[in-house]
Write a protein that binds this ligand. Structure first.
Ligand SMILES: C[S@@+](CC[C@H](N)C(=O)[O-])C[C@H]1O[C@@H](n2cnc3c(N)ncnc32)[C@H](O)[C@@H]1O
Length: 218
């Protein structure tokens, strides 16, 4: 899949996929969006020290890097399982400016990408990465998760990611009182999440987006 490097409004990079006419992040700021949706309303909202996270769509590794950074700053303990059937090439991720802008070691960012697939890798004292080179639809695990970072391409670009079948699986993979967060707040997505038994909260979105979703398993 061909991709082009772009600069979003907060100065952070993202990738544009011409074939889908879609970007990996909001054009209003990749780092700003990821921090708001996945860190502030995701990781920090769990209010726990030991957290199992499932990410749907590893992509550029931005959410993983932000989570690793928070783990170090706040002494959290994270198991981070990320799914990605189409990993970036080295020449694609090497150019991304996230580590510089976040003032964290470039080595951390590179290690997230270089880590092998299908094995647990301890990237810091309290952060274990487990990358699965697989579609969410085929993914199986015995683990359950406190948080799901649901970061697929938008429903109008990749409809098959936002179905009842996928969300039933997300429900099954969540622990009780666990939740899924996503940048998307479309009515049809809220209804599908509700139809599998999740309680949907609509939260303020990042700049440029009115709303986002947190869906809780009670
Ligand atoms: C919107 S991008 C965001 C990725 C990432 N979280 C980031 O910050 O760069 C969506 C990602 O989902 C991945 N993806 C596509 N189909 C998928 C599938 N069936 N299962 C899991 N991930 C998928 C894409 O390859 C892409 O990397």
């Amino acid at each position: 899949m061909k991709k082009q490097l772009i600069i979003t409004k907060d100065g952070s990079h993202s990738l544009f996929v011409p074939g889908l006419n879609e970007t990996y992040h909001s054009k209003n700021g990749a780092i700003t969006e990821a921090k708001h949706v996945f860190i502030k309303n995701g990781l920090l909202a769990a209010n726990k020290n030991k957290v199992n996270i499932l990410e749907v769509g590893f992509g550029t590794g931005l959410n993983a890097l932000l989570t690793l950074q928070k783990t170090k700053q706040q002494n959290l303990n994270i198991f981070y399982n990320s799914l990605e059937p189409h990993p970036l090439e080295k020449q694609e991720y090497i150019k991304l400016n996230f580590a510089v802008l976040l003032n964290c070691p470039q080595e951390d960012f590179i290690n997230l990408h270089k880590s092998g697939w299908g094995k647990e890798i301890k990237l810091s004292e309290n952060f274990t990465l487990y990358k699965t080179e697989e579609s969410v639809r085929n993914f199986e695990t015995e683990k359950k998760f406190d948080i799901i970072y649901f970061d697929a391409f938008a429903p109008e670009k990749q409809t098959e990611m936002w179905t009842k079948t996928v969300f039933e699986k997300m429900y099954f993979l969540l622990k009780e009182n666990g939740f899924l967060v996503t940048y998307c707040a479309k009515g049809v997505v809220k209804r599908t999440l509700k139809s599998v038994g999740l309680e949907v909260e609509t939260l303020e979105g990042p700049p440029g987006k009115r709303e986002m979703i947190r869906a809780n398993k009670k």
